[in-house]
Ligand binder design. Structure first.
Ligand SMILES: Nc1nc2c(ncn2[C@@H]2O[C@H](COP(=O)(O)OP(=O)(O)O)[C@@H](O)[C@H]2O)c(=O)[nH]1
Ligand SMILES: [Mg+2]
Length: 480
């Protein structure tokens, strides 16, 4: 997710860091960088202009130049402006008082409409609703099959009429069927085209006119950047959109669409799709997204994702442990393992405040296989050690390393990383977004001055390798 943009922002703030007081010229200079960064991220030109103007005016007028921590004040201004750019949004679905709530999904072919119907149905289930999906994409027979497979996976009824030619009729019949089966949400999956054409627009507009959906969501592929914004503009001209769902956010998107859609079409992003699987749908929260963009982490989403995968009581226990600061290594690794299902560990770590800004791909080299290595290390520890890795002295580390087929350095690395994360998580719970941000940026700052990156797998230096070799030789000599 927009690594390039986050990196550029980090650079910008670093330029201001530790400068003491700064001048208007300094502000203008970093804002030129921000402008380039946003343009490179494929953000709409009008949006970039407005954003840069707003931030510059505030930064020059306000505290940035008077404060001794110009980077921090600047981060706050940028952060707040990013939030304004993407929000406000109420990501909840407004259920109607006389069900069913009818949701129409529109969008181009391949944008992820059908998949998102399934995700949304799952979301409805999690809210205690009884959804039905309607296969109103009659252009491709495979589309009906696809929706039926999703329905089977979820245990959600699907209304389909294979020999029908009219999407409007299928939708109408679907809604009646839903009422009969006492379903309280109906999700209409409509046809898409590779690009916008009149026929497509007429069809969805007709469906919308006839069935009067309560919510119309436009599904957009985040990967398409500026094109997504144009698509949104076109659809918005024909349909009363209630919101946008941005998909494929897990892919290598530069961030352009997410930052442009709201201010160009005045319709909020309500959800983001972050993977192909049905549970990869997140409510959209501008504040959290701003944090992610700035590399400040997104602990709330992280905690939410974790809790989704846990039973409620297990989650409560975990939360209590986190806030008391006595999370054990077992919990930690177990949690990581659960979270990484379907998501890369790297993305998850980036959501921890402070880690994002410190992390560069070159320094941080964590892969899924790493988890099993971590598990092996933890498995070689005694329960006391797992509960409190602080007691790991050299001899314990050697024993654990032998047991797990790793190096003592790996063991101390894991312990250090864990203790750091535990402290961070403890400190984060119960804090406001702003405080978390401050903390995240301070951590980032600290790491930049010490040159230390939090890493599960620090690349070993030549000197370190040499020391290790020498020690080994020493030991051999002594044993002789
Ligand atoms: N990585 C990723 N892929 C997605 C996401 N949403 C949909 N897709 C994939 O995008 C492709 C097109 O999706 P589909 O739902 O058939 O699009 P439709 O033509 O608009 O109905 C499929 O391969 C999906 O698995 C997402 O959030 N992340
Ligand atoms: Mg489809």
């Amino acid at each position: 997710m927009f690594d390039a943009l986050s990196d550029r922002f980090s650079d910008v703030f670093r330029k201001l860091r530790g400068r003491g007081r700064i001048t208007e010229e300094n502000v203008r200079e970093v804002m030129r960088d921000v402008r380039t960064a946003l343009l490179e991220a494929d953000v709409h030109l009008d949006v970039v202009k407005k954003f840069v103007d707003q931030v510059t005016t505030q930064a020059i007028g306000a505290e940035v130049m008077k404060t001794l921590q110009p980077d921090q004040v600047m981060i706050k201004i940028v952060h707040d402006e990013l939030i304004k750019l993407m929000g406000p949004v109420d990501s909840r679905i407004p259920w109607v008082s006389t069900p069913p709530t009818i949701i129409l999904m529109a969008g181009l072919q391949g944008s992820g409409k059908t998949t998102t119907c399934g995700k949304l149905a799952k979301y409805c289930l999690s809210k205690g609703k009884k959804p039905m999906m309607v296969a109103a994409d009659l252009k491709r027979p495979a589309a009906i099959d696809q929706l039926e497979v999703l329905g089977q996976q979820l245990g959600v009824p699907v209304h389909a009429e294979r020999d029908h030619q009219s999407a409007v009729k299928v939708c109408r019949n679907g809604i009646s069927a839903a009422k009969k089966q006492l379903c309280d949400v109906v999700i209409l999956d409509t046809a898409g085209r590779l690009s916008i054409d009149e026929e497509l627009m007429n069809e969805v507009a007709q469906v919308a006119q006839t069935v009067q959906p309560h919510q119309i969501y436009l599904v957009l592929d985040a990967m398409t950047g500026q094109d997504a914004v144009n698509t949104a503009r076109n659809f918005n001209a024909r349909l009363e959109l209630d919101g946008v769902i941005l998909t494929k956010f897990d892919s290598d998107t530069r961030g352009g669409a997410i930052l442009s859609v709201k201010s160009i079409v005045q319709k909020p992003i309500k959800f983001i799709g972050v993977g192909e699987k049905l549970d990869r749908l997140e409510e959209f929260h501008p504040d959290r997204m701003a944090g992610r963009i700035l590399g400040m982490g997104d602990i709330v989403s992280l905690v939410e994702q974790t809790t989704q995968q846990f039973q409620a009581d297990e989650a409560a226990k975990l939360e209590a442990k986190i806030s008391k600061g006595n999370l054990s290594l077992d919990d930690f690794v177990g949690q990581m393992e659960k979270m990484t299902k379907g998501r890369s560990l790297k993305d998850l770590l980036k959501m921890i405040p402070g880690v994002g800004g410190m992390m560069r791909d070159t320094e941080m080299n964590v892969d899924e296989g790493e988890i099993s290595r971590l598990k092996a290390i933890v498995n070689s520890m005694t329960p006391t050690e797992r509960a409190n890795p602080k007691i790991l002295d050299a001899s314990r580390r050697r024993r654990i390393a032998r047991g797990s087929g790793t190096d003592p350095e790996d063991v101390s690395g894991l312990a250090k990383q864990f203790l750091q994360a535990r402290d961070m998580m403890k400190a984060m719970s119960g804090l406001s977004m702003m405080d978390r941000m401050k903390m995240g940026s301070q951590l980032a700052q600290m790491s930049m001055t010490t040159g230390k990156m939090p890493s599960l797998k620090q690349k070993t230096s030549p000197r370190f390798e040499r020391n290790k070799r020498d020690k080994r030789k020493d030991r051999k000599r002594k044993s002789r």
